[in-house]
Design a protein around this ligand. Structure first.
Ligand code: BES
Ligand code: MN
Ligand code: ZN
Length: 494
């Protein structure tokens, strides 16, 4: 993974260098210094390019007198003030350009001298964050093709104040996102429920309490819904409960994640086409784990419980059948009409357990819950369902801050008819495919009671089918930064 260094220092005289200009050609101090050494050639070369937009990265021909290997100009600025997210995106474009140029390490000059309307440390933090988020790739099982994919970026050195502390902060925060991405990328043969639970134990080194519940423990608790989903698999289910106690509080915030390590659909089996994607049906759980890590590494002053249900949904002689009635932890019974609507069964038990044990002041769950949310929103935004407008507003704002946008979807008593059963308290699917994402949300809602709650259906955003600005094709880590920002906005003291 790309190493970030932040050191105050002179412009290097050789190697690969990135310098900043604003889009009107106003130079940073570093650009001006280089331009003077090249008798104005750099500024003229830049002027010939018209008015490139924010985030463009151009390689300049080297004027005599400058002995760099490669010299890149990165353009910053647009009408109106820049947000940190804009600078993260600029950092991502720099990383991308360097990788495409097969540059393994580069120095990035200070943007000092540009009027960006932000503290220099915030600018460098955002640029470095963008570099690190964009350059991550999952290369555990293959070597990249340098011709096609560029060269892995080994080290980017920012010549700016902030130093080792800022570099460590950026590294720790982006590692939390990349940790979630790694979990989501792992194939299901490697990341079983048990293996996932073991990976959670790594969080202890950051000061997070981690409790692991095995099948026997889940049976003792009476988690009939979660256990029913897992009963067809040769690999037993687990629940992991984590706590970051960065503040004393009467009641924690609870983050709950769907961790279906593989979703074949069970007896209501899915078609073969695309079934391999269901290895990432644990992206909600990965987001929760990543968020817990992010909170801990920045020492967030908040009390947060993270809980994930880990199961594999498989068809077998021991699998649950359509028509089975299961008893949830909360005591409500559920008729399982479709064994492929398994995520809500897992969430139901984990949410009910966490609500009873911790009496949280709010609950946010994340799940790749429905294909229907992809029909509704595509891959641009995640679905947000909430019974509390304040919580919903803070989630929306947090999503805008970090580039993980949400779109609010409805809830309401009128939708509950869909999930009434003739034999049990509830059934796990509505009628037909209409409003499928809402039916899923309304089902989950039955287990949170009246406390402030939000449900994020991230089925459309957990995996990118094409490169995006802050992430390449593949696991996005969606939710990690969003939850971290939500905590900063709403649940942090002082
Ligand atoms: N994990 C799937 C939802 C999903 C689909 C996630 C596509 C990512 C991409 C979920 O468990 C599921 O199978 N949902 C069913 C629900 C239906 C049976 C009511 C669906 O969406 O088809
Ligand atoms: Mn399913
Ligand atoms: Zn699923």
């Amino acid at each position: 993974m790309t190493r970030i260094e932040i050191v105050r220092g002179e412009l290097p005289a050789d190697g690969n260098l990135v310098v900043f200009v604003d889009r009107n050609g106003r130079p940073s101090d570093a650009f001006r210094a280089l331009d003077e050494r090249s008798s104005g050639l750099l500024a003229r070369a830049f002027a010939s390019l018209g008015k490139p937009s924010h985030g463009r990265v151009l390689e300049l021909p080297l004027p005599a007198g400058l002995s760099y290997e490669r010299l890149f100009l990165a353009v910053l600025g647009r009408d109106g003030p820049l947000r940190p997210l804009d600078l993260e995106e600029a950092g991502a474009k720099i990383a991308d350009r360097l990788q495409a140029a097969r540059v393994a390490d580069a120095a990035v000059a200070s943007p000092q001298g540009l009027d960006l309307g932000l503290d220099l440390a915030d600018v460098v933090r955002a640029l470095a964050t963008g570099v690190r988020l964009r350059s991550w790739r999952f290369l555990k099982y293959r070597k990249p093709d340098e011709e096609e994919e560029g060269r892995p970026l080994e080290c980017v050195r920012f010549l700016a104040a902030g130093g080792a502390d800022l570099a460590a902060e950026v590294t720790a925060c982006t590692d939390a996102v990349n940790f979630a991405r790694e979990l989501v990328s792992e194939p299901a043969n490697v990341l079983s429920p048990e293996a996932f639970a073991r990976r959670c134990e790594e969080l202890r080194e950051f000061g997070i309490e981690v409790e692991i519940f095995d099948r026997a423990a889940l049976e003792r608790l009476g988690m009939g819904a979660l256990l029913a989903v897992g009963q067809g698999s040769a690999r037993p289910p687990f629940m992991v409960v984590m706590r970051w106690k960065g503040a004393e509080s009467g009641a924690p915030l609870a983050l709950i994640g769907k961790g279906v390590c593989f979703d074949s659909g069970g007896i209501s089996i899915k078609p073969a086409q695309g079934m391999e994607q269901m290895k990432w049906d644990m992206a909600g759980a990965a987001a929760v784990v990543g968020a817990m890590r992010a909170l801990a590494v920045r020492n967030a002053r908040a009390d947060v419980v993270g809980a994930i249900g880990l199961v594999e949904n498989m068809p077998s002689g021991s699998a649950q059948r359509p028509g089975d009635v299961v008893r949830t932890y909360a005591g409500k019974t559920v008729e399982v009409i479709n064994t492929d609507a398994e995520g809500r069964l897992v969430l139901a038990d984990v949410i009910a357990y966490v609500c009873e044990r911790f009496a949280p002041k709010a609950v946010v769950d994340l799940a790749t819950l429905t294909g229907a949310i992809i029909v509704a929103l595509g891959h641009e935004k995640a679905g947000l369902f909430a019974n509390d407008d304040g919580l919903a507003a803070d989630l929306m704002a947090a999503g805008e801050d970090v580039g993980e946008p949400l779109w609010r979807m409805p809830l309401g008593k009128e939708y509950e008819k869909q999930i009434r059963s003739e034999i049990a308290d509830l059934k796990n699917v509505g009628r037909g495919r209409e409003g499928g994402a809402i039916a899923g949300a309304v089902f989950v809602q039955q287990f949170v009671g009246e406390r402030p709650w939000a449900h994020l259906d991230i089925a459309g955003v957990a995996w990118a089918e094409r490169d995006r600005l802050l992430v390449r094709k593949g696991a996005t880590g969606f939710g990690v930064r969003l939850l971290d920002r939500l905590v900063a906005r709403r649940f942090e003291e002082g």
